[in-house]
Design a protein around this ligand. Sequence first.
Ligand code: AQP
Length: 332
Amino acid sequence: RPRVLSGIQPTADSFHLGNYLGALRQWVAMQETHDAFYCIVDLHAITIEHDPKALRRRTRAAAAQLLALGIDPERSILFVQSHVPEHAQLCWVLECLTGFGEAGRMTQFKDKSARQGAERVTVGLFTYPVLQAADILLYRADAVPVGEDQRQHLELTRDLAQRFNSRFGKTFVLPEAYIPKETAKVYDLQDPNAKMSKSAATPAGLVDLLDDPRVSAKKIRSAVTDTGREISYHPETKPGVSNLLVIYSALADRPVADLERDYAGKGYGDLKKDLAEVLTDFVTPLQQRVRSYLDDPAELDKVLAHGAERAREVASRTLARAYDRVGFLSPA
Ligand code: AQP
């Protein structure tokens, strides 16, 4: 079976709808068709200032959410990045193949460093996409389900794999980004031209999976909509309503065209009210499952330790091969 790898940062107490619809939904589905490696990327999470206690809490919360969303730790390999030291080890080798200018062209780095202010930007934030390349290449993944914002990083990963292979001999698989067509980018409810993101200007535009559903319903009701009255999917001219339709369609598993038909002649208020209900029906049982996983942190840690052990088997083989190819003497 083809192999899939993807990662998510434990940088918030809850994943948001963008994370879920852009990436995590595909993680769950791809377990059926792929050998799956899913990683909670805590090394990435320290590229911006962080609180150690929060990081530990959020790493467990990430695991609980992934299990609650349907990641099956027997079928898939679910693990924490820092438990597998090969990620940092391969990263170093890849950093030595990455051009300084090449890394400087990454738009996520430009955006995030502009937000941080120059004096707080770390070298780790700069080399973030190289570590991401190591995450992917270690498992020789064929497919990487991510949102649209990660496309450029995937291109870099492919470039680095190709560069390594042509310089030192075929070692890595060139991965393909797997970006869902409809939900590649979920937009902020208050600013439907900006990506929904935990670092958004206002929390009103962000829907967290673990938010109280009444709070989320209120955010949906106050979502920015567009001029005109018609409920139709036109991302250019009606970005607000189109975003709501995309979210609705994904959560209810119904094509956008069906929704357009259902809501012909109805108002934005009707759409928002129903979407809030669909969301509530989705998050209520999910939150119960998350709570029950969090009630037993020792069991969670066991699941993650088991995942790390299985991940290391694969990662250590790839790293040994890469080390050998670059000419490192193997320890006697
Ligand atoms: N708005 C989005 N639409 C579609 N996909 C999205 N992803 C994130 N936001 C959206 C996808 O979620 C996965 C996990 O990404 P991450 O761990 O890098 O999370 P993040 O980028 O830290 O999430 P944010 O909220 O976007 O954080 P900031 O504000 O720090 O940039 C990825 O596959 C990503 O594409």
